[in-house]
Design a protein around this ligand. Structure first.
Ligand SMILES: [Mg+2]
Length: 216
């Protein structure tokens, strides 16, 4: 599986794809957040990724390696995205490249490690556990798939597809839950029956990575 190599350009292209996906899903994600939060999730992500795309050429030119580029993306999201998701997605991108500093290309195994590091950063920042009705309910089961499968002799697309599917299931699993984090906590049992918007945007973001992997 190590013959798949991702250059810095892969990550630059993913940012454009993320921007485009968020523009399409903005109202849907905001709608989910209106049900149990403050109705700004899609709008916040849209503001964030518009800022990323605006600065994309400069961030690409100013950085040599993937890790530094992603740090700049993370800092932009941190600065621009409001609500709980700004610091969380900001941390994801800021920390994703921690183990591949200085590298201008990464293997699929290293890429899986990057996604896992990003998710760990979200966990550290948000301090949520599985079952709290947050993006962790989608992200953590997904990276377990990556960490289990990345070393085995399997097709990267197959492995990453399984990861995204698991994240999608994780987002579904938030529907019957009472929230233990975020604004939805205040709703108590009234949050039951609604999907956590962060868990939904999480798998959507990973699906964008998957679709870009398929184009390699
Ligand atoms: Mg919100």
């Amino acid at each position: 599986m190590s013959e798949l190599v991702l250059g810095k350009d892969f990550f630059v292209e993913v940012m454009k794809d993320l921007h485009d996906m968020i523009e399409v899903q903005r109202d849907y994600l905001t709608g989910l957040d209106s049900d149990i939060g403050d109705g700004d999730h899609g709008i916040n992500l849209s503001i964030g990724f518009r800022a990323v795309v605006e600065k994309l050429e400069a961030m690409d030119a100013e950085t040599e390696d993937i890790s530094s580029f992603l740090r700049k993306v993370g800092m932009t999201l941190l600065g621009k995205v409001g609500g709980a998701s700004g610091p969380l997605y900001g941390s994801f991108f800021m920390k994703a490249g921690d183990d591949v500093k200085g590298k201008t290309e990464v293997t699929f195994e290293e890429f899986c490690g990057m996604i896992a590091n990003g998710v760990k950063a979200v966990q550290t920042r948000g301090k949520a556990e599985i079952g709290d009705k947050t993006m962790i309910d989608a992200l953590v089961p997904g990276i377990e798939v990556l960490l289990d499968e990345k070393n085995k002799d399997k097709d990267p697309i197959e492995v990453f597809t399984a990861c995204v599917e698991k994240m999608k299931e994780g987002a579904e699993s938030t529907i019957p839950l009472v929230a233990k984090k975020g604004r939805a906590m205040r709703l108590g049992e009234r949050a039951i029956g609604h999907k956590d918007p962060g868990s939904e945007s999480s798998w959507m973001i990973m699906e964008v990575f998957l679709n870009r992997l398929k184009k390699l």
